[in-house]
Design a binder for this molecule. Structure first.
Ligand code: C2E
Ligand code: MG
Ligand code: MG
Length: 555
């Protein structure tokens, strides 16, 4: 019911109070007139009296009409008041309750937490605020749609309701973010640990929905207002507690998800550092601070240099040279990975055009980039703009790409391959690709992760996993690259396994574009001078043509 209607009804209810007053007055008058009229009527019937005064009879009839009118309005008033109360309750619930799960919402949770905290403090109790976030909710939504996502959230809320003590406050703060607040004896923190662990036990059980079964994990951060059993004066209110629980939850995510942490002050510094990194990366994109380094790729049997893998570095003015393991995950999360990658590839194509035309260039592509349906088109456009032959380019994707949207990844890989680009499956063995995916996805190469290759250092120089991957590659007709070759012993073991490519610190650490030119100059593997000139004049036309072709293919 909207505001206007409520006001209107309220106005009419006020008028009805007047109607009730009139009816009451009418009853009093009825008693008066009736007291005179009725005896004269009885007298007229039984003793042939002159009958009541006509004026008085009319007054009495008017009284009766007013009483009926007043009574009816009074009944209406009662109904309207009940309706108004219901509307008010509904409005309050809408403001306080999450409509999907029936839990408290962010606003009401803050108020309820402050209230609970006040009561708990009087009884000498501590408060624990737990922030809960599903780890893979975006994927669930993307893969199965929002209605399935909603069903998972409702089931999660039901599990929490069942598992948590009756006096816990439970809220859905938004999206897949839940929270619970509970008072506890300050000396018994372990009680909160037990409850959280029980919750984990429940959430790892698959969500059995009507049409499918969904697996989910969650990360939890917990904050308390008691430090070592005494009230912590720095926790001012519910908002502060929530902030701390949020930081601890974030820490749990960073530590690999599917776990929980109690808040510790050092986590706050970590978060501050993270914000600084984010800002630095954004600035780095604007200032083009990302630079390609190159790692040699060698044909193990002949020892010949056959290509380079481009590995990103961030030349930060504040932090110096930063490893991709630090900035790539953040660039992915804050949505700038495509831009970073594009800047790097532009430089790498320009660099690689100075190399001998038989030397290949491998670039790593993030799973986030593969979610862009236009990725293949953008990449091919870039190749043409730099006049870089597609057959010299190899893109490396990791197994995590295969979880996202296998159909789209397959069609993207196919269209890139049709243009001549090669596709390698990087860090093979560390993810979850199935044999079926390997068989049906058109990869050109498998790269054995260096954690397996390093096993070859064993005294007998063998590794069951490396052997298995090499024979799998042979069976699937996929050539193999071994990563992370650090010693002669490992290299010798690999040589016995057949025709492989290899890379690793034994051959050299990743180096700058200038160092690569120097290296290639020494072995006479630089491109002839004229080959290195920039974009061909006709490239612009070719660009437009390929854009047209791809657009019509997309239709
Ligand atoms: P990766 O693609 O598996 O690259 C190999 C990593 O192993 C590189 O680390 C390389 O320096 C290191 N490495 C090579 N040989 C050896 C060795 O013998 N021993 C040891 N201990 N390490 C070796 P880096 O450069 O730190 O790159 C780490 C990861 O960052 C890469 O793993 C790749 O997944 C990612 N990455 C690098 N550049 C890019 C990029 O431009 N885009 C994306 N999306 N990811 C990138
Ligand atoms: Mg790689
Ligand atoms: Mg790798």
């Amino acid at each position: 019911m909207n505001d206007k209607t409520t006001k209107h009804r309220f106005g009419s209810a006020e008028k009805d109070m007047i109607a009730l007053g009139i009816a009451t007055a009418a009853i009093i008058m009825f008693v008066g007139t009736g007291g005179t009229v009725l005896p004269s009527v009885i007298d007229a019937i039984f003793s042939n009296g002159s009958g009541p005064d006509k004026l008085l009879v009319n007054a009495m009839l008017l009284n009766i009409a007013l009483i009926i009118f007043g009574w009816r309005r009074y009944r209406q008033l009662t109904v309207e008041i009940a309706e108004r109360k219901r509307a008010e309750t509904q409005a309050r619930e809408l403001a306080e309750i999450d409509p999907l799960t029936g839990c408290l919402n962010r606003r009401s949770m803050a108020i309820a937490t402050d209230e609970l905290r006040g009561n708990a403090a009087q009884r000498g109790l501590a408060i624990a605020y737990a922030m809960i976030d599903l780890d893979n909710f975006k994927q669930i939504n993307d893969m199965h749609g929002h209605s399935i996502g909603d069903q998972v959230l409702v089931s999660l809320a039901e599990r929490m309701l069942k598992e948590l003590p009756k006096d816990a406050l439970i809220a859905r703060l938004g999206g897949d973010e839940f929270a619970f607040v509970l008072a506890y004896e300050p000396q018994q923190r372990s009680r909160i640990d037990e409850i959280v662990i029980r919750l984990f036990d429940q959430v790892i059980l698959p969500f059995r929905l009507k049409t499918l079964v969904i697996d989910a994990t969650m990360s939890i951060g917990v904050a308390t207002d008691h430090d070592e059993e005494v009230l912590n004066p720095t926790v001012g209110d519910a908002a502060e507690l929530m902030h701390r629980a949020d930081i601890a939850m974030y820490h749990a995510k960073k530590q690999g998800k599917n776990r929980y942490f109690w808040f510790e002050p050092s986590m706050e510094n970590e978060l501050r550092f993270r914000h600084e990194l984010e800002a630095g990366i954004r600035r780095g994109v604007a200032e083009r601070e990302f630079v390609p380094y190159y790692e040699q790729q060698i044909d193990i049997a002949s020892g010949e240099l056959v290509g380079f893998e481009m590995l990103a570095r961030w030349q930060s003015p504040q932090l110096g040279l930063v490893s991709p393991e630090i900035f790539i995950p953040i660039a992915e999360e804050i949505g700038v990975i495509a831009e970073v990658s594009e800047q790097l590839m532009q430089r790498a194509f320009a660099d690689a055009r100075q190399w001998d035309e038989n030397i290949t260039l491998a670039v790593n592509i993030s799973p986030v980039q593969l979610r862009d349906p236009w990725f293949a088109q953008k990449l091919l456009k870039m190749l043409i703009a730099h006049n870089f032959p597609a057959h010299r380019l190899e893109i490396e994707v990791t197994e995590s790409c295969l979880h996202d949207n296998i159909g789209m990844v397959r069609s993207m890989i196919t269209s890139l391959r049709n243009q001549g680009v090669k596709i390698s499956l990087d860090d093979f063995g560390t993810g979850y690709s199935s044999l079926e995916q390997l068989r049906t996805l058109p990869f050109d190469r498998l790269k054995i992760d260096r954690s397996f290759v390093s096993e070859l250092r064993n005294a007998d120089g063998s590794s069951m996993i490396v052997n298995a991957i090499v024979s799998l590659g042979r069976g699937l007709n996929m050539p193999i690259t071994a990563e992370g070759i650090e010693s002669e012993e490992v290299l010798e073991s690999l040589k016995e396994m057949g025709d492989l490519k290899g890379q690793g610190y034994l051959y050299g650490v990743p180096e700058t574009a200038e160092d690569v030119i120097e290296r290639l100059g020494k072995i006479n593997k630089l491109a002839p001078e004229q080959e290195t000139k920039p974009v061909r004049p006709s490239a612009e036309h070719e660009l437009d043509a390929i854009e047209l072709r791809m657009k019509s293919a997309a239709k």
